[in-house]
Design a protein around this ligand. Structure first.
Ligand code: FES
Length: 141
């Protein structure tokens, strides 16, 4: 049995900016999330080793992926991919997240840079301990 199911999703045309991760597609990693908590061994995700890195996760029992973004200095943001305007799935670009439906744009911290969305992307509580990134999907940051 495969512990972590992976599949590839389409990136927006603008995702050419993803040259920094070496391809035009972003792999979505399905991960366990017991009691709404995700625990990642950072050594298993080299894309998070440098500032600007991004990872897409689909926690089990969740319907939408989340993005984990390396903010630098050992800090991370874990953001919902669901646009707060009307619920489309946003695309992650190198420096921002963009909704393909009506163009809302969010910063890597989830804050609205451009509407029509009026509210930031939900951001989940994260903590790094013992080489692991813990994401609590039940707590907002
Ligand atoms: S659903 Fe994202 S901008 Fe409208």
């Amino acid at each position: 049995m495969i512990a972590r199911r992976e599949f590839v999703v389409r990136c927006s045309a603008a995702a050419a900016a993803f040259a920094i991760v070496g391809c035009a597609s972003l792999v979505v990693h399905t991960v366990p999330a017991p009691q709404g908590r995700v625990s990642l061994a950072l050594a298993d995700y080299p894309e998070l080793a440098r500032e600007g890195g991004v990872l897409s996760l689909l926690p089990e029992a969740e319907s939408d992926p989340i993005f984990v973004l390396a903010l630098g200095g050992g800090s991370f943001a874990a953001l919902s991919s669901r646009c707060t305007h009307r619920g489309c799935t946003v695309d992650a670009e190198a420096t921002r997240l963009v909704c393909p439906c009506h163009g809302s744009t969010f910063g890597r911290d989830g804050l609205v840079l451009r509407g029509p969305a009026e509210h930031p992307l939900p951001r989940y509580h994260t903590v790094v301990t013992g080489g692991r990134l813990l994401i609590d999907l039940r707590r907002n940051a």
